[in-house]
Design a protein around this ligand. Sequence first.
Ligand code: HEM
Length: 444
Amino acid sequence: MKTTLILASALGAVAFPSMKNSRDVQMNIRSVLSNVERRSLEARQQDALGISRSESNCGTRVCPTFDGEDQLVSVSGEHQYIAPGPGDIRGPCPGLNAAANHGYLPRSGIASIEETVSGLGALYNLGPGISAVLAAYAVAIDGNIVEGVWSIGGPLPTDELTGALLGTGQGLSYSHNNYEGDSSIGRGDAYINNGDAHSLNVTRFEQVYDIAVKDGSDRYTLDKFRAKFEEAQDESIANNPYYFTGVFSTVVVVPAAYNFVINLMSNHTAEEPAGYLDGYNFKSFFGVAGEPGNFTWLKGQERVPERWYRRPSYAPYEAQDVVGDVAIGYLAYPDTLKFGGNTGKVNTFTGLNVANISGGILDVSTLFTGDNFACFSFQLLQQGIPNFLDNAINDLAPVTDLINKYVGPIVGGLSCPQLGNLSIGLFDQFPGYKYSPTGPDTNY
Ligand code: HEM
């Protein structure tokens, strides 16, 4: 417990110093962390696994108490489960699909930034800062910036009232490399699935589900999922000639999604206030029925379980937690930090190092000191944008203004090195970087 406390506060403070009052405390915490890092980088997984294992299902926060009234999530009345109707959109993210099926997001699957912040806050206690960033990025890159909306699944439809196109945004389902990436938990890689990285692959789900069957625990943890992420990357390298990693989607979003399952889908009780995720809750959130061997995916029917208690209000999952948990994953499993891809054939992974990409400002030994990883993550997000936008958009300003509005306050609290322009052009050599499937216009 003590180790958890130290690490939890250390990572919180290191990633986001403005969150702590005393500079001295921060300095001490920084040195604790840098000792941990040094050991973990030197000893690779041996000590690093200790960092990852010491985390509870509340991630970088400590959640020692339970308050049923505060944490019980309503699944009745306006929040009763209703399967999506014919015009409703669902997509690759089970957390968003479940939110829409219970009316925490608009049931249509098209949401504004404000609706995202309030809905995901109420349902999961996802922090308002990170919710707004994730939604703003979706509006800017896959949605409709004029209307300020985004789609949790396929392309935005035509507005039935005005006949106007709500936008050319392809939605999350066809956001390969800008939002969606390879080596996901339950979705296959886009290139080897004809562009479909949004449908659940039941075999893949079963492999993850098996983790807590094989060890007899019926408990999923951050550490087990981080190890699974490493395995998923190896599978992608061995099977997907267009496997690619290096941009915000694959360096941050994909590993963050593994952590989201544990941090946001875990149930909480008086006996297990820091949360637990068992097979029952895991299946419900992923819309899976049946038992191992005969699982079926109930497309678009992701559900919040009855009598399910979210994270406590005093422990929102905010931007610093998202970035801190991803950083712990890379420290604990250094091989998962990859920039590069296969070069058109399987098993041809060619990596670039952090120094190449950051113009020598950062390297693997400094990436995880201070606020550097948080700074680097948000730089990847911001600087990747022009490469993903439709060529028809010739005025970038509204897009960058929107992103800066929400990313700015977070980055403003960090002490970032002068990163300048990242060498994103280096990614052009990987065929998977340019692979950008667009949808059939389906709702799922
Ligand atoms: C505005 C908020 C959110 C956005 C924009 C978003 C977006 C995405 C995207 C683009 C993916 C595909 C990533 C991949 O390739 O693996 C994804 C996957 C995922 N997301 Fe979300 N997400 C959000 C919130 C949430 C929340 C609140 C949860 C949990 C409660 C969640 C859980 C997941 C999980 C578990 C996956 C992986 C699914 C799989 O591989 O089977 N997300 N999300």
